[in-house]
Design a protein around this ligand. Structure first.
Ligand code: DC
Length: 230
């Protein structure tokens, strides 16, 4: 039996989560939303008032057990078995998560947990470093992008659907800030892996984007299967 790993990276609002979920559901693979783990740590750090204190955040993360469970279109994140899902997608967490995700010890611990989760195989992992650091040997690497305007409009729509009141300019500014931190940090910055398939979805519908990618994915999986049979 093959244990296929598909890894998808890209900036905030590039459509990674939507596409990763669609691919995982179509293939019946496990969906791994690595961003949810950074969000859970950010929420806990905010709760404890230590979000700007790296030493304290390091202590918080040490020995924590972060797990994911994908159900009915939503990733549930548990820290030491407590479900934090409803707290991780707020504007407050959004505005601080990149700073927490730039902390090397936080990354080291979460990457270790993600690599353990990947051992089961047949997964679709999504984040900023899944193609470069977490699963550098992934069978298929994908890099998704879109313009800042399009990405901000998508996030704004998500907030509206959830009834969160926020100004579109604030969403745009937050995306720009996260781009700067996610791509500029020293430890595992967001970048396109050399052998990744790149798709810019600024002018594509989700369905069009999915079709392009799924075609590539099917070809790759068939190739792997035929190699395994020889
Ligand atoms: O994909 P997302 O918006 O849920 O990610 C939240 C933040 O977590 C994002 O600003 C950067 C960080 N992140 C990361 O650094 N590495 C990952 N593999 C996933 C997310």
């Amino acid at each position: 039996m093959s244990k296929i790993i598909i890894a998808i990276d890209g900036p905030a609002g590039s459509g990674k989560s939507t596409i990763a979920k669609m691919v995982a559901e179509r293939l019946n693979y496990t969906y791994l939303d690595t961003g949810a783990m950074y969000r859970a740590i950010t929420y806990l750090a905010l709760q404890s008032g230590i979000v700007d204190n790296e030493d304290a955040v390091n202590k918080l993360v040490e020995g924590l057990d972060v797990t994911l469970k994908y159900e009915n279109g939503l990733t549930h994140v548990f820290v030491d078995n407590v479900d934090l899902t409803e707290h991780i997608r707020t504007p407050e967490v959004n505005s601080k998560v990149s700073e927490i995700a730039a902390m090397p010890f936080v990354r080291k611990e979460l990457v270790r947990m993600q690599q353990n989760m990947g051992k089961v195989g047949n997964i679709v992992a999504e984040g900023r470093d899944t193609t470069t650091v977490v699963f550098p040997n992934a069978d298929l690497k994908i890099y998704l992008d879109a313009s800042v305007e399009v990405r901000a409009a998508r996030r704004y729509k998500e907030y509206q659907e959830k009834g969160v009141e926020i100004d579109i300019e604030e969403v745009k500014e937050n995306i720009r800030k996260r781009d700067r931190i996610d791509s500029g940090r020293k430890t595992s910055p967001l970048r396109k892996a050399e052998n990744a398939i790149e798709v810019d979805s600024s002018n594509l519908t989700v369905e069009e984007e999915f079709e392009i990618l799924f075609d590539n994915i099917k070809k790759k999986i068939n190739l792997i299967k035929s190699q395994n049979n020889n």
